[in-house]
Design a binder for this molecule. Structure first.
Ligand code: CIZ
Length: 325
């Protein structure tokens, strides 16, 4: 069965342009297991296409958190990375949250640990700490507010203007928020390796080759900071999906992890989507495969939990965010 082509020869590496023949059978088995187990599958926009196809909901971490809260299923198979599954586990303590591969972590989230926040606070006792959702529960437990790339600006508007802010861990999203809000924001120097693989010269070449294409850029894009002022839209993944559907443009250059292209192409078969870099792939997201998702439902593994003492504190910045957006 041929994988949905992009007219570009580029696909998520785990499928190498084609779905393996046994995927059709695996998809059927997963559908049966979901019913037997009273399970729901939540998949992040960066997951391989085959996983998105079997999911009940595909979205960004905010959308997935909200879907987790709403579901009546007993089991949530969370096809995303560990911090996202942790968020679902904290929001739904009465449900079992599974992840296909426990090693599916986040290099960006690993760039900050709780002690570093405590140390900053000791020097800035009146400071406010805002964390990107790409952080562990243990780090969130030290923070005042949580944001996603969709709602960062709205959340920062809620923080009194005289308070200085530490934004962790993504330097580029933090820089974007700082430029937009003109607030005193201290920036942590973390970055996402998948977005760092997007090089300004590649973007320049693509823009020359496709002059009518709109350039959609994720705020985690570090190497394209020079391009920030050229971007037609700086958007979260969910923002990109919605924008591509409503825009009159027929072509788009998409600067984020390439997994997002599956959904964009599926929803807009008449439009062309070009990845800003085919190397913008998250090796952690790719640890989750359709086979592992199937095995997760068979074996009911790997269960993601957060220690209650951490969860109680980590939920505060998450709930505050959910209340205002
Ligand atoms: O919030 C998310 O899911 C991430 C990590 C990126 C995005 O823009 O959706």
């Amino acid at each position: 069965m041929s994988y949905r082509g992009n007219g570009n020869g580029i696909s998520h590496p785990s499928t190498n342009g084609h779905e393996p023949a046994h995927y059709a059978m695996l998809k059927e088995k997963i559908a049966i297991l979901k019913r037997e187990r009273n399970a729901v599958i939540l998949a992040h926009n960066y997951q391989e296409g085959a996983i998105q196809d079997v999911a009940d909901f595909v979205g960004d971490s905010l959308g997935l958190a909200r879907s987790a809260q709403k579901t009546e299923a007993e089991i949530i198979l969370f096809c995303g990375v560990h911090f996202m599954a942790e968020t679902a586990a904290m929001l739904c303590p009465d449900k079992t949250v599974l992840i296909p591969d426990l090693a599916a972590g986040c290099s960006l989230a690993d760039m900050i640990v709780p002690e570093q926040i405590r140390s900053w606070r000791s020097k800035h006792p009146d400071g406010v700490v805002v964390c990107y959702i790409n952080t562990s529960a243990a780090v969130k437990a030290e923070c005042d507010w949580c944001v996603t790339s969709t709602n960062g600006l709205k959340v920062i508007e809620h923080i009194p203007s005289e308070r200085e802010i530490l934004f962790v861990p993504d330097y580029y999203l933090g820089s974007y928020l700082k430029a937009k809000t003109k607030r005193k924001i201290h920036l942590w120097k973390g970055y996402c390796p998948a977005h760092a693989a997007i090089l300004p010269e590649q973007v320049d070449r693509l823009r020359e080759k496709h002059p009518d294409a709109e350039f959609l850029m994720h705020p985690e894009c570090g190497c394209t900071t020079k391009q920030m002022h050229l971007a037609d839209q700086v958007l979260s993944t969910e923002g990109m999906v919605q924008y591509a559907a409503r825009s009159n443009a027929k072509e788009f250059i998409v600067a984020t992890e390439t997994g997002i292209l599956h959904r964009m192409r599926q929803q807009n078969p008449e439009k062309q989507f070009y990845p800003a870099s085919e190397h913008a792939t998250c090796h952690h997201m790719q640890r989750n495969t359709l086979e592992k998702a199937f095995l997760s439902l068979v074996k009911l593994e790997h269960v993601v939990t957060v220690a209650p003492a951490i969860a109680e504190r980590a939920l505060r910045p998450i709930q505050r965010m959910l209340e205002i957006v």
